[in-house]
Write a protein that binds this ligand. Structure first.
Ligand SMILES: N[C@@H](CCC(=O)N[C@@H](CS)C(=O)NCC(=O)O)C(=O)O
Length: 208
């Protein structure tokens, strides 16, 4: 059975991406939960992940670390995780890579904290530019690639996975969105896997 090593549900956005991707494949998997920022955290992560970071997926003798590599690995088992049409797939891969390697200002100033609802005091030109770019991506996907389906590329895909933590960030910091983006956020919030992750995050915070 697949084993997925993840960090705190409330804060670990990369963990959430990998978890959501596995969950949506329907493949059975077991979780290893590691509490972040503790004295033994690093040692514990290194037991599984050669990068010393979570998430990390273990499939028998195969170890896959880094969220995007995990998504690609899962898509080999479950090809519908990428759009079937090549042009859409190219667009989806591009926005996923853009998320994976970019949006540093947003990441730094709007950390994922699912349980929180707070005023956004980290506003800057860089953060505004990141938000504007994300909204432009979502609006473009919904207008040109969704083909009547509710997700960014119509059917659920890795693109939804990679942008899922931004859903929680925008809710936590009450970011205003245009209608198509708001509708996608609502679709994501209604997804049972998203609700399950959120419930886990709230339970985790309550227990600590
Ligand atoms: N590029 C990596 C980033 C992974 C990452 O930064 N994970 C954080 C948690 S969200 C982590 O493991 N931090 C622990 C540490 O750096 O000690 C990915 O996409 O998986």
């Amino acid at each position: 059975m697949l084993k997925l090593v993840i960090g705190d549900r409330n804060y670990s956005s990369w963990s959430m991406r990998a978890w959501l991707a596995v969950k949506q494949t329907g493949l059975p998997f077991e979780e290893v939960n590691i509490r972040m920022r503790g004295a033994g955290t690093k040692v514990e992560i290194f037991k599984y992940s050669p990068s010393g970071k979570v998430p990390c997926l273990i499939d028998g003798e195969t170890i896959v670390w880094d969220s995007l590599a995990i998504c690609e690995y899962l898509a080999e088992k479950s090809p519908s995780l990428w759009p079937s049409d090549r042009k859409s797939r190219a667009e989806a891969r591009s926005i996923c890579a853009e998320m994976h390697s970019g949006f540093g200002a947003l990441r730094l100033n709007m950390p994922m904290e699912i349980s929180a609802s707070k005023p956004f005091d980290g506003r800057s030109a860089e953060v505004d530019a990141d938000i504007a770019r994300i909204v432009a991506i979502w609006e473009n996907c919904r207008a040109h690639f969704a083909q009547g389906g509710p997700f960014l590329f119509g059917s659920f895909s890795i693109a939804d996975v990679m942008y899922a933590p931004v859903v929680w960030r925008f809710l936590t910091y009450a970011v205003d969105l245009p209608p198509a983006s708001r509708a996608w956020v609502e679709t994501m919030c209604a997804l049972p896997a998203m609700q399950e992750w959120r419930a886990g995050a709230l339970a985790e915070v309550k227990a600590r």
